[in-house]
Design a protein around this ligand. Structure first.
Ligand SMILES: Nc1ncnc2c1ncn2[C@@H]1O[C@H](COP(=O)(O)OP(=O)(O)OP(=O)(O)O)[C@@H](O)[C@H]1O
Length: 313
C-alpha cells in the first residue's frame, strides 16, 4: 500500500546551510494493508524524519514514496487532499496539537470544513460520536471541553478519532504513547490493535523495544538513518542477528534481573568509520573489512545489514 524506495533526507545546518547532515540514508520498506510496522531506534536515528516525509511535511532529498503505486511527492491540490484523507499522523505530545484557547473538539470542526463541507450537521455529529466511541471515549466527557480539562490520554485518543473521521487507511503514529501512564498506554495500544484488525495500516514509531514487540507484525531497527535489521517481529526479537539489535535487546531492563554494569566496547574514532559500516565505531565484532553494509536476507522475512551476522553471539 505504501512503499519507500531508497529514501534519503539531508538537512542543511549552520547559518549558511553549508554543513550537511544525512538523517535518513537510502531507506526502503513497504507497509501492506492491515499491518503494523514498528520503526525502532534511539534518539536521532531518523524515525521522525521518515514519518514526516511520509506525511509530506518535509521534502525528500532523494528517493520515492509510493502510495497505492502513485508517487506522493508530485501530489498537489485535490490529489494531495485525497492523500490526506487516507494518510494521517498522530504525534508524541498531544497537548501541542491543540490550540489552548479553543475547545478541544474544534479539531473535528476543522476536519469537516476542510474535507466534508457538504455533510449536514446531524450526520457529522453522528460520525464524531462513532469515531469517539471507537477509540473508547465517552463523548459526554470529552466534548465541549478545553484541552487543559482533558488528560493526555484523552487528547491522544481524540487525535486518533480525528484521523478515523477521515477514513484513514494509513496512520503514522510517532511515539504516541511515550507520554502516557502505563494503564492508558495499554488502552491506546489495544485501540491501535483493534483498528489494525479493521484494516488500518500503522507505522508505529518508537524508541521502546517492548512496545514495538507488543504491537507490531514487522520491525525495523534504525541506526544513524540506516536500517540495521528488519523482518517479522518474532524473528528480529527472538533471533536478533545484528550486533546493534543485540545490544539494544540486552539493555532492556528486566523485572527478573537486577541491574548490572555491562562492559561496552571502546569506541573507535569517528574518522575510522569513513566508508565503513555505520555501527563500526561501537561494534564488538567489527573488523577492518566492514565496509558500508547492505541488507542481506538471512532467512525468510528477516534481513540484516551485517556481513558478519554469523559471528554475532
Ligand atoms: N529540521 C532539522 N534540521 C536539521 N537537522 C534536523 C532537523 N530535524 C531533525 N534533524 C536531525 O536529524 C537527525 C534525525 O532526527 P529525527 O528527529 O528524525 O530522529 P528520531 O529518531 O525521531 O529522534 P527522537 O526519538 O529523539 O525524536 C537528528 O540528528 C536531528 O538532530
Amino acid at each position: 500500500m505504501i512503499e519507500l524506495k531508497d529514501i534519503t533526507k539531508v538537512y542543511s545546518l549552520g547559518a549558511f546551510g553549508r554543513r550537511k547532515l544525512t538523517a535518513v540514508d537510502n531507506v526502503s520498506f513497504s507497509i501492506r494493508e492491515g499491518r503494523i510496522i514498528s520503526l525502532i531506534g534511539e534518539s536521532g536515528s531518523g524515525k521522525t524524519t521518515i514519518g514526516k516525509m511520509m506525511l509530506k511535511l518535509i521534502p525528500i532529498t532523494k528517493g520515492k514514496i509510493l502510495f497505492k503505486g502513485k508517487d506522493v511527492s508530485s501530489m498537489e491540490g485535490d490529489k494531495l487532499k485525497d492523500y490526506y484523507r487516507s494518510v494521517q499522523g498522530v504525534f508524541q505530545d498531544p497537548f501541542s496539537s491543540f490550540n489552548p484557547i479553543f475547545k478541544a473538539d474544534r479539531i473535528f470542526e476543522l476536519v469537516k470544513s476542510e474535507f466534508f463541507p457538504k455533510v449536514n450537521e446531524n450526520e457529522w455529529h453522528k460520525r464524531v460520536l462513532n469515531a469517539l466511541e471507537s477509540v473508547g471515549l465517552n463523548p459526554k466527557t470529552v466534548l465541549n471541553k478545553f484541552p487543559h480539562q482533558l488528560s493526555g490520554g484523552q487528547l491522544q485518543r481524540m487525535l486518533i478519532a480525528r484521523a478515523l473521521l477521515l477514513d484513514t487507511k494509513f496512520l503514522v503514529a510517532d511515539e504516541i504513547i511515550s507520554m502516557l501512564d502505563a494503564s492508558t498506554r495499554i488502552d491506546v495500544l489495544n485501540i491501535l490493535a483493534d483498528l489494525k484488525n479493521e484494516g488500518l495500516s500503522i507505522l508505529f514509531i518508537t524508541h521502546d523495544l517492548s512496545l514495538g514487540y507488543y504491537i507490531s507484525d514487522e520491525s525495523i531497527i534504525l541506526y544513524r538513518g540506516s536500517i540495521m535489521e528488519a523482518g517479522k517481529t518474532e524473528k528480529v526479537f527472538n533471533n536478533p542477528l545484528h550486533p546493534y539489535t543485540r545490544m539494544l535487546l540486552d539493555s532492556v531492563p528486566r523485572l527478573d534481573k537486577k541491574w548490572e554494569t555491562f562492559e561496552t566496547p571502546e569506541r573507535r574514532s569517528a574518522e575510522a568509520y569513513e566508508g565503513m559500516c555505520k555501527y563500526y565505531d561501537r561494534c564488538p565484532v567489527a573488523t577492518k573489512e566492514c565496509g558500508i553494509q547492505k541488507l542481506i536476507e538471512v532467512e525468510e522475512d528477516h534481513h540484516v545489514a551485517c556481513w558478519r551476522w554469523k559471528n554475532v553471539q
